[in-house]
Design a protein around this ligand. Structure first.
Ligand SMILES: Cc1cc2nc3c(=O)[nH]c(=O)nc-3n(C[C@H](O)[C@H](O)[C@H](O)COP(=O)(O)OP(=O)(O)OC[C@H]3O[C@@H](n4cnc5c(N)ncnc54)[C@H](O)[C@@H]3O)c2cc1C
Length: 374
């Protein structure tokens, strides 16, 4: 029989880690499921290299950071050093985290009994905390699968002597193209970096454009593919997952005959920087109640946006399921003690995520106490 955890935590960011620390302190069994290869993968993926981490506390909060091991130091260290600090803390405090475990689905097996499906298997628990942050990668929208496409540039050296395709028309894609090109150029590698965007126009800021221009002038092998549309994910005769893209059609001879130019890349050589979207769709799939914003009730969220409905201890409309941190920022709907519902501002900060993690576990402990008294 598989282990049944008191608390399953989805996401190994600051919020998920704080929940695990609190669960351990309270003697509860827990597991953190993190889809990345390292703890804080969300931060590793979204912060630019060397970015200083700010220990920001929102203005209306008086409490200091509650867990020193995951508090960004006052002297603002680079993100790489912060990740090292947190890893060291987890090791010393024996906080367990299961890496490379991506949440896929949740099923209710009975009252307060959940089965979590990950890409690799199943986990069973009495309570679930969604701590997967705000960044759900956008889908490539192709026919077929594209699971092995990368989403960021972890080790540029891996791509030396490999023709690589970067997809996306914004700053994130441009940064990856420039960084890749630089590493290849410095290694004397002439294989190109293809940069494909579904539209004709790229939208990047001046600083990024300057870096990219400099890279091209220095001899970077960058090939721009405008109007490049990812079409199919397929497996070739050698069993390699490939992504086929084609460019907008040109006319061939007559008006009604189109000529397409296509290219196919091994998926592992494709980096898709095509943005992220909020977790609203995931919450919808789980039938967690969300409120659609209208001008009268929302000041922070835009008209038509869906905000998750939460109790003051961050429990969703389904018992035993909680949501915290970036996944409920920049605002959510809170049920007030008098039963009314109000939009609540929720800063997307490390501090807030940590406080949330603790609050959610306290909520679980309280509801267990109440259940015992009944
Ligand atoms: C560029 C940038 C700079 C920032 N700088 C600062 C700063 O200086 N100071 C500050 O306080 N805040 C900063 N923030 C905000 C801060 O990083 C977030 O508020 C904080 O990381 C939220 O923590 P979290 O645990 O909720 O989510 P995250 O840190 O996003 O962690 C979520 C984790 O869940 C994992 N995950 C996602 N989906 C799944 C899945 N399906 N299955 C399993 N795991 C999954 C992710 O890989 C990730 O590791 C910055 C944000 C950005 C984007």
């Amino acid at each position: 029989m598989s282990q049944r955890y008191d608390i399953i935590i989805i996401g190994g960011g600051p919020g998920g880690i704080a929940a695990a620390v609190k669960a351990k302190e309270a003697g509860k069994s827990y597991v953190i499921l993190e889809k990345g290869r390292r703890v804080l993968q969300g931060i590793i993926d979204s912060y630019p290299k060397g970015k200083k981490v700010y220990p920001t506390i929102p203005r209306n909060e008086e409490k200091p950071f509650p867990i020193p091991g995951i508090t960004p130091p006052k002297e603002k260290i680079p993100v790489e050093a912060y990740v090292d600090q947190v890893e060291e803390f987890l090791k010393n405090d024996a906080i367990e985290i299961q890496l490379d475990e991506e949440y896929m689905d949740l099923e209710e097996e009975g009252p307060r009994s959940y089965r979590i499906k990950t890409r690799k298997g199943f986990f069973y628990g009495r309570n679930v905390i969604f701590a997967f942050g705000s960044n759900v990668p956008n889908d490539l929208g192709i026919y077929g699968e594209a699971k092995t496409v990368r989403r960021n540039l972890e080790t540029p050296e891996e791509y030396i002597n490999v023709s690589t395709l970067v997809i996306g028309g914004g700053n994130a894609a441009a940064d990856v193209v420039a960084a890749l090109s630089k590493v290849k150029r410095e290694a004397g590698d002439h294989t190109p970096v293809y940069w494909g965007h579904i539209k004709e126009r790229f939208e990047i800021n001046k600083d990024t454009a300057r870096d990219l221009g400099e890279e091209i002038l220095l001899g970077g092998q960058i090939r721009i593919l405008q109007g490049a549309i990812p079409k199919i994910g397929e497996v070739d005769s050698e069993g390699i997952d490939r992504l086929y893209i084609h460019q907008s059609p040109g006319l061939y001879g007559r008006d009604d005959v189109f000529m397409y130019q296509g290219m196919s890349f091994p998926m592992k050589n494709v980096i898709a920087c095509i943005g992220t979207h909020g977790p609203s769709a995931i919450f919808n799939n789980l039938h967690l109640q969300q409120i659609t914003c209208t001008g009268d009730i929302c000041k922070i969220a835009r008209e038509g946006e869906q905000l998750l409905l939460l109790s003051s201890s961050l429990q969703t409309s389904r018992r035993g399921i909680y949501a915290i941190g970036g996944s409920i920022s920049p605002s959510h709907m809170e049920i007030l003690p008098d039963g009314t519902i109000k939009e609540k501002k929720h800063s997307n900060l490390i501090y807030t995520a940590i406080i949330d993690g603790i609050m959610a576990v306290e909520g679980i402990l309280n509801s267990e106490e109440q259940a015992k008294l009944k």
